[in-house]
Design a protein around this ligand. Structure first.
Ligand SMILES: Cc1cc2nc3c(=O)[nH]c(=O)nc-3n(C[C@H](O)[C@H](O)[C@H](O)COP(=O)(O)O)c2cc1C
Length: 396
């Protein structure tokens, strides 16, 4: 970040199905996907706009029933997991319509109870790519086996995790169709590593990307793209990650600053304001998923910060144990409830996940249309540094 991009065009990105009964492949004009942002941040408006601009739009598919009921008053008569499934179907169909049948991906968390049902629903609803993280999605090939054209990609954060996934999925005759590497030092939300590894500087992108590329090539998977996520903000960053061994990038925090983001829930102005004000750093907080979560430092995340030796469990209702690790009422707080508070602009109680670029000085934190952002990612920034007054007023 901050270095000059080249004036060369970015390469395209091809993802193909490795299901024995499929010859499906999709080429994205630009090697840029958005990262799924749960709960509810990456919806159809954003995903379709990214695909329409030549990238790959990815929906979040995690626990959507919650905000659908709470904010949109939809599926209020349905049981929680049924509401999740219907909401996800709804969003996939809407996204496909908005991008004229173009690429639509979905991000799912292995750590939720209804992971398999949501993966099956995604495939049935016609999604092109399932990106699965927050745990290793070892069972995914069987779950979507009847949908050969649905492509699948695990998220890994180390060479070791990549090796496990290649071995497991190759053993099922279904190698990954793409592999997403998320840096534990940079990405927002749940991290695939512990705080000791983060503090010790383990699994840096420059080391892992080359290692995973070699692993894929050594296993004859030269056509499986490696997609790098975490800390990527501009064209120079994209080129750097491609030079380290990636064939594409997955960006989340910068896409949060688009007009289309969170449009379904009123445009999430508080979330965007926190990002643009740049007034606060990110911290690691304790997620009930049993993983560290990187989030904007806020009243809520500070209560559960890793830097605190002890944290008090928060009394909470648990309408449904959405996380596998959640024993009802035993978890320290209800993560879905606090992620939903962020969608509802509740600064005190919202959990605002964010990548490490948030809070860094000197980078453009403008609220842009997807069209403008994709142009900047393809061709470079116009050299404009926005002052924070204008950035804040842009939220309305
Ligand atoms: C608000 C927010 C929510 C996120 N939610 C999820 C999620 O539900 N599942 C997931 O796999 N990754 C999630 N992530 C991680 C992103 O998909 C992405 O890989 C990562 O943030 C990339 O780093 P960047 O934000 O620096 O671009 C989230 C990130 C943010 C900022």
């Amino acid at each position: 970040m901050g270095s000059d991009p080249s004036n060369k065009p970015l390469p395209s990105l091809t993802i193909r199905s490795h299901h024995p009964d499929s010859t499906r492949e999709i080429t994205l004009e630009s090697p840029i996907l958005n990262g799924g942002m749960g709960v509810g941040v990456t919806g159809p408006e954003l995903a379709a706009a990214i695909t329409n601009e030549g990238g790959g739009g990815v929906l979040t598919g995690v626990a959507l029933g919650f905000p659908f009921k709470d904010i949109l008053n939809k599926y209020t008569d349905k049981k929680p997991f049924e509401a999740n499934r219907l909401a996800l179907h709804d969003w996939i169909v809407t996204s496909k319509e908005k991008c004229n049948g173009g690429f639509v991906g979905v991000n799912l968390m292995v750590a939720v109870q209804d992971f398999k049902e949501l993966a099956l629903e995604s495939a049935r609803s016609g999604v092109d790519l399932i990106v699965a993280g927050a745990g290793l999605p070892t069972s995914l090939p069987e779950v979507v086996d009847k949908f050969p054209d649905t492509m699948i990609a695990p998220i890994i954060s180390s060479v070791k995790a990549a090796r496990v996934m290649v071995k497991r999925w190759n053993g099922k005759n279904r190698p990954p169709d793409a592999m997403v590497y998320e840096s534990i030092h940079h990405s927002g939300g749940h991290q695939g590593g512990n705080v000791d590894e983060i503090e010790a500087g383990k699994h840096m992108p420059e080391e892992v990307l080359g290692g995973v590329r070699k692993l894929l090539d050594d296993n004859g998977l030269n056509d499986v793209p490696l997609i790098s996520a975490g800390g990527i903000w501009d064209k120079a960053d994209i080129e750097q990650h491609l030079s380290w061994g990636a064939q594409g990038v997955q960006m989340a925090s910068r896409f949060l600053l688009c007009h289309e983001t969170g449009a379904e829930f009123g445009g999430i102005p508080t979330f965007k304001k926190l990002y643009m004000e740049n007034a606060t750093e990110t911290i690691l907080e304790r997620s009930p998923a049993g993983l560290p979560g990187r989030a904007v430092k806020s009243p809520f995340s500070s209560r559960f910060a890793y830097s605190k030796a002890t944290v008090e469990k928060e009394p909470h209702d648990c309408p449904v144990a959405c996380l596998v690790s959640c024993e009802k009422k035993a978890s320290i707080y209800c993560i879905v409830a606090h992620l939903t508070e962020a969608l509802k602009n509740n600064f005190e109680e919202g959990l605002f996940f964010a990548g490490s670029n948030i809070g860094k000085p000197g980078i453009s934190k403008e609220l842009l249309s997807v069209k403008e952002l994709m142009n900047r990612l393809r061709f470079g920034e116009p050299g404009l540094q926005l002052n924070s007054d204008r950035a804040i007023s842009a939220t309305g």
